[in-house]
Design a protein around this ligand. Structure first.
Ligand SMILES: Nc1nc2c(c(=O)[nH]1)N[C@H]1C(S)=C(S)[C@@H](COP(=O)(O)OP(=O)(O)OC[C@H]3O[C@@H](n4cnc5c(=O)[nH]c(N)nc54)[C@H](O)[C@@H]3O)O[C@H]1N2
Ligand SMILES: Nc1nc2c(c(=O)[nH]1)N[C@H]1C(S)=C(S)[C@@H](COP(=O)(O)OP(=O)(O)OC[C@H]3O[C@@H](n4cnc5c(=O)[nH]c(N)nc54)[C@H](O)[C@@H]3O)O[C@H]1N2
Ligand SMILES: [Mo]
Length: 665
C-alpha cells in the first residue's frame, strides 16, 4: 500500500505485500477519511469540572498541568496513585515507551492495556502449552496448504477480509474448512462443516472431539511420547465426554461431533485456529487449551502447514503484548517478577532494578479500582475508548468519574475523551513512523506518508514531554528509529527477541519474524524441533468444563453474545466518523422463533436486559442465529452496558462472549 497526496485528499493505492497481497478491507480503503476531517482534534483541551466546559490550551499549559497533578498525587498517595492504559493499536515503539514511562517516570505498577480483552486467553494458553505466545507460529498463507482448517469462534470473512482468500484457496486445493460459531456468519458460509454450539461451550466440544479421536486410535502416540508431556491425565478426563453428552451440553448434534472427529482423524495436516468467539470467556484459557490438546494429540504443532494458532485482532495486537504495556511484563516478553529480566531491562534503561515496580492490576481490575480508596487516582489513556469497549461499562463510567485526573490522548473526541479533564490531540498512522508486529509475528514498518495537521503531536512527544517535566531518569527519545534500537537492546535474549531486526532489514525483507537474535534470519515457522519449555516439550494441560459464569435463569432465559460487523472497527471511535462507511447503529440479532415468542418485528426496537443494564435497538430477525441466543455488535454504545465482567482466572479476560439476557419488544 502506498499513500500519495492529491490536492487536499489522501489516496490509498495498492501495493503487493506478502501478507495481504495488496488487498485491504473496506475500513482500510476508507481509513484516510479521518484525515483533515472536522472531527480531528488539533489542540489540547482542558475541561472545567464545575461547569463541564472545554477550553483550548497550549501544549505547555496542558503538559504542565498534567505533570503537576501527577506529582501531587504521587506525593500524597504513593506512586501507584497514577495509572496508565494503553492499546494494541499503538506501534511497538509507543507500547515500549509507554511501559517504560509508567515504570520509570511514574514509578507505578498500574499499567495495562486493551489487549487484555483481546487475545490474552490465547496468550496464556500458548505460554502454558508451548512456553511462548506468538499468535500464529507460521505465516498466514500456510492455511492454503493444510488439509483441514478448524476455525473456533472466528468470523474472519468480516474481521480480516483479505485473509478469507486463504480459506477459498484451501478449498480449491481440496482442503476442508470447519467453522464453529453460534451464528452462521459469512465465514461459516465458507465452511464444509459448520457447527453451531451454545455460546460458551467450545470447551466440552473439544473434549468430545478428543474423546472420539482417542477411541478411534487416531492420536499420534509417537509424537505424544517424543514431543509432549501430560497426555495421560487429559486422556482420562476426556473419557467421559461421549458425543451424546457433548450434544446435551453444547447443542451440537452427536452426529456432527462424530463428523468433525472423523474429518480430523483422516487428515494428514490439521490447523486449529481460535479467535475471540472461543477466547473471550471466563474459561477462555481453558477453552483454548482444550483445542490445543486436540492439535497436540494429532501431532500437529511443529509440523509443516499444521498446528495451532490464534488469530490476533488489533493492528499491533501481537507487538502490543510484547514490550511492556501489560501489567506483568517487561520488553521482549520478559516477566516483570523475574529478577534476571528486571536486571537486564534496568541496565538498558540506566536505572536501579530495585526501582522497577512489580506486577500491577489487569485491565478490568485496574479500571474497577479507579477512584476507590485503595485504587489509582489518575488515569492516562493512550489508544482505547474504554467506556464503549470495557465490559459492564456503566460501572466503569462511574469509576472514571471518581478519578482526580483523567487524561486521554486521541485524535478524536471519543466517548472516553469526552469524560476527561485533559484531552491531547495525536497524530494518526499515515502521519508517523513506527513498527507493528502482525498476527504472524512478522515485524513490519509503517512509514510516515504525510505531515500531521498543525497542533497535533505524536504520542512519543507527549510521553517525552511528561517524563521530562516529571524529572524522570533515563533518556526519552521522540525518534521512533532511536527508540526501536533501544527496544532491540531491551528485548535481547528475551522470548520475543528483536535484537537482529533493523528498520533496513524490515524494508528489504518485507518484514522480519521474531524470535530474531542478532545474526538470525528470523523465524517464520516455530516448533519444528522443539517447544519453548526448558525440556523442549509441549504440555498437555487437563481442563474441565465449568460453563459460563452466568447461566440463564427464569428472568434472563437467553444467551447474549457480542462481536463485530464488517464496516465498523472496535468502539467505532474512528469508523463511526468516516462518512464513506455505513453507520447503521446498534441492532439486536435474533431468530424468527424467538422474535415470535417476544412479539418482535424486524426493524422495530427491542429492549435487551441483563443483570447489569439494558439497551434498546432495532431487531434484526435472521435465521442464521441459534433461537436461544441474541447477538449485539459492540461498536456502538450499549452492548457493554450488558456484558458480564467475570474474569478468566489466568488471563483476566472478561466474559464478553456470553451472559444471561432477556429480550422484550
Ligand atoms: N470489521 C472488523 N474487523 C475487525 C475488528 C472490528 O472491530 N471490526 N476488530 C479487530 C480485532 S481487535 C479483533 S480481536 C478481531 C476479532 O475477530 P473475530 O474473533 O473474528 O470477531 P468477533 O466478531 O468478536 O467474534 C467472532 C465470532 O465469534 C462468535 N461467537 C460468539 N460467542 C461464541 C462462542 O461462545 N463460541 C464460538 N465458537 N463462537 C462465538 C460470534 O458470533 C462471531 O461471529 O477482529 C479484528 N478485525
Ligand atoms: N462486548 C464486547 N466488547 C469488546 C469486544 C467484544 O468482542 N465484545 N472486543 C474487545 C477487543 S478484542 C478489543 S481489541 C477492544 C477494543 O476496544 P478499544 O480499546 O476501545 O479500541 P478502539 O475502539 O480501537 O479504540 C482506540 C482509541 O484510540 C484512538 N487511537 C487510535 N490510534 C491511536 C494512537 O496511535 N494513539 C492514541 N493516543 N490513540 C489512538 C482511537 O481514535 C480510539 O478512540 O474491545 C473489547 N471490547
Ligand atoms: Mo481485539
Amino acid at each position: 500500500m502506498t499513500l500519495s497526496r492529491k490536492g487536499p485528499r489522501l489516496e490509498v493505492s495498492e501495493r503487493s505485500f506478502p501478507v495481504n497481497e495488496g488487498a485491504l478491507c473496506r475500513k482500510g480503503w476508507t481509513a484516510a477519511g479521518l484525515r483533515g476531517s472536522r472531527e480531528r482534534l488539533t489542540t489540547p483541551m482542558v475541561r472545567d469540572r464545575a461547569t463541564g466546559e472545554w477550553s483550548a490550551a497550549t501544549w505547555d499549559e496542558a503538559l504542565d498541568l498534567i505533570a503537576t497533578k501527577l506529582s501531587a498525587l504521587r506525593d500524597e498517595n504513593g506512586a501507584d496513585a497514577n495509572a496508565v492504559f494503553g492499546g494494541g493499536g499503538l506501534t511497538n515503539e509507543k507500547a515500549y515507551q509507554l511501559g517504560k514511562f509508567a515504570r520509570v517516570a511514574l514509578g507505578t505498577s498500574q499499567i495495562d492495556y486493551n489487549g487484555r480483552w483481546c487475545m490474552s486467553s490465547a496468550a496464556s494458553a500458548g505460554n502454558q502449552a508451548f512456553g511462548v505466545d506468538r499468535g500464529l507460529p507460521f505465516p498466514l498463507a500456510d492455511i492454503e496448504q493444510t488439509d483441514v482448517c478448524v476455525l473456533v469462534g472466528s468470523n474472519l470473512a468480516e474481521t480480516m477480509p483479505p485473509a478469507a482468500r486463504h480459506l477459498d484457496r484451501l478449498r480449491e486445493n481440496g482442503g476442508r474448512v470447519v467453522v464453529i460459531d453460534p451464528r452462521l456468519t459469512p465465514t461459516g458460509e465458507r465452511a464444509d462443516l459448520f457447527l453451531q454450539p451454545v455460546p460458551g461451550t467450545d470447551l466440552p466440544l473439544a473434549l468430545g472431539v478428543l474423546h472420539l479421536l482417542d477411541a478411534a486410535g487416531a492420536v499420534d502416540e509417537d509424537y505424544i511420547a517424543e514431543r509432549t508431556t501430560g497426555f495421560e491425565d487429559v486422556r482420562r478426563s476426556v473419557a467421559a465426554w461421549w458425543p451424546e453428552m457433548v450434544e446435551r451440553v453444547t447443542g451440537v448434534e452427536a452426529s456432527q461431533v462424530r463428523e468433525l472427529a472423523s474429518l480430523l482423524a483422516n487428515a494428514e495436516k490439521v490447523m486449529v485456529l481460535t479467535a475471540r468467539g472461543a477466547e473471550q470467556h471466563a474459561q477462555g484459557t481453558a477453552t483454548v487449551l482444550a483445542w490445543l490438546n486436540v492439535a497436540l494429540a494429532l501431532g500437529m504443532p511443529g509440523k509443516a502447514y499444521a498446528g495451532y494458532g490464534c488469530l490476533t485482532g488489533q493492528g499491533n495486537g501481537q507487538g502490543g503484548r510484547e514490550h511492556g504495556q501489560k501489567a506483568d511484563q517487561l520488553p521482549g516478553y520478559r516477566m516483570i517478577d523475574d529478577p534476571a529480566a528486571r536486571a537486564h531491562v534496568a541496565a538498558v534503561w540506566g536505572v536501579d532494578p530495585e526501582t522497577i515496580p512489580g506486577k500491577g492490576r489487569s485491565a478490568y481490575e485496574l479500571l474497577d479500582a479507579l477512584g476507590t480508596p485503595e485504587g489509582p487516582k489518575s488515569l492516562l489513556v493512550f489508544g482505547s475508548n474504554i467506556v464503549v469497549s470495557a465490559p459492564n461499562a456503566n460501572h466503569i463510567a462511574a469509576r472514571l468519574a471518581d478519578l482526580d485526573l483523567l487524561v486521554v490522548a486521541d485524535m478524536v473526541m471519543s466517548e472516553t475523551a469526552a469524560l476527561a479533564d485533559v484531552v491531547l490531540p495525536v497524530t494518526q498512522w499515515a502521519e508517523e513512523t513506527g513498527t507493528m508486529t502482525n498476527l504472524e509475528g512478522r515485524v513490519i514498518l509503517r512509514n510516515q506518508a504525510i505531515s500531521a495537521p498543525d497542533g497535533v503531536r505524536n504520542d512519543l512527544d507527549i510521553i517525552a514531554g511528561l517524563a521530562t517535566r516529571l524529572g524522570a531518569a533515563s533518556t526519552w527519545s521522540t525518534d521512533p528509529a532511536e527508540i526501536f534500537d533501544e527496544l532491540r537492546a531491551a528485548t535481547k535474549g528475551g522470548k520475543a527477541d528483536y535484537s537482529g531486526i533493523t528498520y533496513d532489514r524490515i524494508r528489504d525483507e518485507d518484514g522480519v519474524f521474531w524470535p530474531c537474535p542478532e545474526g538470525s534470519e528470523g523465524t517464520p515457522r516455530m516448533f519444528a524441533d522443539e517447544f519453548f519449555h526448558a525440556d523442549g516439550r509441549a504440555r498437555f494441560i487437563d481442563v474441565a468444563h465449568r460453563g459460563p459464569a452466568e447461566q440463564p435463569t427464569a428472568d434472563y432465559p437467553l444467551h447474549l453474545t457480542t462481536g463485530r460487523v464488517l464496516a465498523q472497527y472496535q468502539s467505532g471511535a474512528q469508523t463511526r466518523r468516516i462518512k464513506d462507511l455505513p453507520d447503521e447503529g446498534a441492532f439486536v440479532e435474533l431468530h424468527p422463533l424467538l422474535a415470535d415468542r417476544v412479539g418482535a418485528h424486524d426493524g422495530d426496537p427491542v429492549v435487551v436486559r441483563t443483570p447489569r443494564g439494558e439497551m434498546k435497538a432495532p431487531a434484526r430477525i435472521v435465521t442464521t442465529i441459534r433461537p436461544d441466543t441474541v447477538f449485539v455488535p459492540f461498536h456502538w454504545v450499549g452492548a457493554n452496558k450488558l456484558t458480564n465482567d467475570a474474569l478468566d482466572p489466568s488471563s483476566r479476560m472478561p466474559e464478553f462472549k456470553v451472559c444471561a439476557a432477556a429480550v422484550s419488544a
